[in-house]
Design a protein around this ligand. Sequence first.
Ligand SMILES: *Cc1c(COP(=O)(O)O)cnc(C)c1O
Length: 378
Amino acid sequence: MRRKTQLIHGGITGDEHTGAVSVPIYQVSTYKQDGVGQHKGYEYSRTGNPTRHALEELIKDIEGGKAGFAFGSGMAAITSVLMLYKSGDHIIFTDDVYGGTYRLVSNVLNRFNLDVSFVDTSDQAKIKEAIKPNTKAIYVETPTNPLLKVTDLQATADLAKEHGLTFIVDNTFSTPYWQNPIDHGADIVLHSATKYLGGHSDVVAGLVVVNTEELASDLHFILNSAGAVLGPQDSWLLMRGIKTLGVRMEEIESNTREFISFLQQHPQVTNIYYPGLESHNGHDTHQKQARGAGGMVSFDVGSDENAEKLLTNLRYFTLAESLGAVESLISVPAKMTHASIPKERRAELGITDGLVRVSIGLEDVEDLKEDFEKALRG
Ligand SMILES: *Cc1c(COP(=O)(O)O)cnc(C)c1O
């Protein structure tokens, strides 16, 4: 089955009892048993629910793994995956990991003595240096936020295998339409499905796919024990979103490339970060492991006054957290996601006051260009 077809025909489709082509929303918590322990595969909806199960089968198929799991948010998914580890275990993280993941690890899981290192995983030598006798896993994002740094998936998977470590990838930015980390040796792939998979800014959810039966059984044990599951309505909304992931990602890619050509001509724009550009540091690696570069672009508009002008005057780019939606979104990392980092450290990282991050949506790109041009003029 080819990718676009799989988004529509993968997993469990429709309802065999009625012929409905959409999976029913099983709004139910418990299931009648014919005798003690005699049931039809479902006992209680925390453990398993047919609508959630259909979504879990779908994400398993499109990421190419052994089992899928649906959680109440991306953070619930990440928390549950990290519960596979115990006090004293060491995990290596990408240094510019999603802020919520950083907060979880540094301010919550630190209470349970999870030992962590944050390293620049775009440099294989730095990952290698960080491996210790108690290291159990490597956790990466590629590309990252906001500078779209790229980690070599296959090389990291080989390194993980050599040292007996689990390799975990947050694939939110690329989506399974453009990148399948399991094909490059990852053991666990996870998503904030709130972003591109849902795609319409109307659902908060997290998805995980694992590539071994052992991980599947361990993670289901945690899902059922900790109970951070996704409800049936949201599971259904997510399946509805995933059906159009292919057309959305293709159109977003073409809008983004067109918008970047416009930015390249713009006198006030410098330093465009996009893995699809040959000038980008991680371009070759990204090209090797992904089929598209996505809709996230960061660039410098010269000053915080210019950034402010954009935020005040733009009409079609919504100032908001999040990404990956039908509507284009804009954020200024120095003032929003990275505001808590001291200015000098931000400068070292390349996060200047004029750095702007956009998530390109599905509007007519001509409107996006005009809007940007006018907003920057003031
Ligand atoms: C948004 C996001 C998360 C967290 O997901 P929520 O659904 O907001 O809990 C994790 N990783 C990345 C890369 C994200 O963009």
